[in-house]
Design a protein around this ligand. Structure first.
Ligand code: GTP
Length: 601
């Protein structure tokens, strides 16, 4: 019946037409508007055509040649990875109600640079039934029946129909009206592409965005609070290390600016008249976040000492990212895009860095690891998703990453505090050791002078302060007879007696050689004398050993009161006690003499 081959060709054509009708029938139903229509994706309602080379004109797209090249717009088509392609979406909108409905078209993300909307006026009206706000409206882009609007990140923020962070177009659909739309989404440069578009009744849009702005307000408020907390910490621990704060504060600030840019707020609030800054700053911000995360990480983890080789690698990465920032400032685009994505990816390996330092004995880095794990994981997922077509790339992953970075910054502050605590307790320990006598474990002269300074500074003091200067009698003989080691043992035994006799408010130190000082706070001279007597008697009654031999020993004490109201309280008191001690030795040793008794005088 047909010439050879002709039948097959016709059948193929019929299949193509049937397939087209099937797809159009399934996916190209008009999106029906309603008076309370919530945010509705165009997935399932639109058809998609991908334009790899930016070569198709609108005049061509509406011809029948291109009609068959559209395919159903499914969720899998939403995420297009990093690409330079443009995408056409074709759909129709119907208002079956008897009232005009105001509705809004918005994309899901701020990554799309330009949205060109071509649309027909309503088919059931003689008037221009599809009313647009006057801005950016250019009627008759290709023919009289189509109108064209351009939404673009390269236009000032004020060009938007609604002062909303993402591109948006507002329409009014008259009662019973049906309108056809061709929407072209494109970016001026190589970029992550997400072609999710939403249609929403204007009232529902307002309600939703009110809640959205409120939540973002809390989010950025918390972020700012963390930055303020860091400044407060800095002012309290100024002497610690300014680098921590500079790096961490810079990391926080760049994070805040980066996320406000990604969410579209920076354009709305910071530089609404400068689309160029908005569009060019993204990758620089990614790079700066990575640079300061590594500078801070090196500082906190002390990689320079613990992992010198890895530290050099980190320095290399930081240098690469700085270089990429410079390249961008000189206009290099594509290479910097990939380096900036890599810089974010490299941050996800911070927990590994923390772990390696932990294994080197850096125990306070545990909080650092906890900080980075959720952020690192969500960052990897978001990056894979944003740079490939692997996932449907909704905002879910981005919001997860945003939540994780807030948690991360809070944890990093705690990690810094933890390091400070650990370092200061080490310093405290060292300071304590420097005030100890290594043989007897009593305090030394430095400890006593600190305590004297503390007492002198007190506004009010209760009771009396007495200084007991204690000297072992004939100690040289102990050394000579039993050896130096035994002499040391006797010194330790006396130190133990002094510790036992002193209360926590008193201070016992080794003044030097076989001389000790005890500073006691008592109600009267009598009490001080009794304590001194007790020390003398306990020492006299204690027995020391040297090999098989045992021996006894005695000590003498000179005491004087410290009058803190007068200048040089300590040196005057020490002199008095020294004179009293001299008196005690001269009087035959093994006794307590008080300078205040006038004996010494
Ligand atoms: N074992 C030991 N002996 C010490 C230490 N420091 C000082 N000495 C000794 O203490 C002795 C002090 O002797 P002297 O100052 O002559 O006084 P003394 O023998 O105790 O006689 P009087 O104080 O007059 O009763 C010296 O022999 C020092 O070598 C020490 O840390 N360990």
């Amino acid at each position: 019946m047909f010439p050879e081959g002709m039948g097959g060709l016709l059948i193929k054509k019929w299949y193509a037409v049937l397939l087209y009708l099937f797809c159009f029938g399934c996916f190209a139903d008009a999106l029906t508007l309603s008076a309370d229509m919530k945010q509705t994706s165009l997935v399932g309602y639109a058809e998609i055509l991908v334009e790899p080379q930016h070569e198709i004109l609108f005049e061509q797209i509406i011809t029948s040649d291109f009609a068959s090249r559209f395919r159903p717009f499914s969720q899998a088509e939403v995420n297009r990875g990093i690409t330079h392609q443009a995408v056409w979406l074709k759909f129709s909108i119907h208002n079956p109600s008897s009232r005009a409905i105001e509705w809004v078209l918005t994309p899901e993300t701020s990554y799309i640079d330009n949205i060109d909307i071509y649309f027909t006026a309503g088919s059931n009206s003689q008037q221009a039934t599809l009313n647009l706000s006057s801005r950016n409206t250019r009627a008759g882009a290709s023919s009289d029946s189509w109108q064209h609007r351009r939404l673009s990140d390269y236009l000032a923020f004020s060009s938007r129909d609604i002062a909303y962070r993402l591109l948006n177009a507002k329409f009014v659909a008259q009662p019973g009206e049906s309108s056809s739309f061709y929407v072209r989404l494109s970016s001026n440069t190589l970029e992550t592409m997400n072609v999710q578009l939403f249609v929403e009744e204007k009232g529902a849009f307002k309600d939703r965005t009110l809640t959205e702005y409120f939540l973002f307000g809390i989010y950025f408020g918390l972020f700012t609070a963390l930055a303020l907390l860091t400044v407060i910490l800095w002012s309290y621990t100024r002497s610690y290390s300014y680098k921590y704060y500079i790096y961490f504060l810079s990391y926080l600030v760049f994070n805040i600016v980066m996320w406000t840019s990604l969410n579209g707020f920076s354009f709305q609030y910071f530089w609404p008249g400068s689309p160029q800054i908005f569009n060019q700053s993204f990758h620089i911000l990614y790079l700066c976040v990575a640079i300061f995360s590594f500078l801070f990480g090196r500082q906190l983890l002390n990689t320079r000492l613990l992992l010198p080789r890895l530290d050099k690698l980190l320095l290399g990465l930081i240098a690469l990212y700085v270089f990429a920032v410079i390249l961008r400032l000189f206009g290099v685009y594509d290479l910097v895009l990939y380096i900036s994505f890599f810089s974010l990816l490299s941050m996800a390996f911070q927990p590994v860095l923390g772990w390696l330092c932990y294994r080197k004995g850096n125990t306070y880095v545990l909080l650092y690891i906890v900080a980075w794990v959720p952020y690192g994981i969500s960052l990897i997922l978001s990056l894979i998703s944003a740079s490939s077509q692997w996932s449907a790339f909704g905002m879910g992953l981005i919001h997860l990453t945003q939540a994780a970075v807030l948690f991360e910054c809070l944890m990093l502050i705690l990690a810094t505090l933890d390091k400070m605590r650990s370092t200061s307790s080490k310093l405290q320990r060292q300071a304590q050791l420097s005030k100890l006598d290594p043989l007897t474990n009593l305090g030394n002269r430095r400890h006593l002078s600190d305590h004297i300074a503390y007492l002198a500074d007190l506004e009010e003091r209760e009771g009396e302060y007495w200084l007991l200067l204690i000297d072992i009698d004939h100690f040289k003989q102990v050394n000579d007879r039993y050896g130096h080691a035994t002499g040391d043992k006797v010194l330790v035994e006396l130190a133990q007696i002094l510790k036992n006799e002193c209360r926590s408010v008193d201070v016992a130190i080794r003044w030097g050689g076989e001389e000790f000082i005890v500073l006691i706070n008592v109600a009267s001279q009598k009490m001080a004398y009794n304590i001194a007597e007790r020390i003398r008697q306990t020492f006299m009654n204690s027995v020391s050993e040297s090999g098989n031999q045992t021996f006894r020993h005695t000590l003498s004490i000179g005491m004087d009161e410290l009058i803190f109201e007068s200048p040089d309280a300590f040196s005057v008191g020490l002199e008095g006690a020294d004179k009293a001690l001299y008196q005690a030795k001269n009087a035959g040793r093994n006794r307590v003499v008080s300078f205040a008794d006038g004996v010494a005088k």
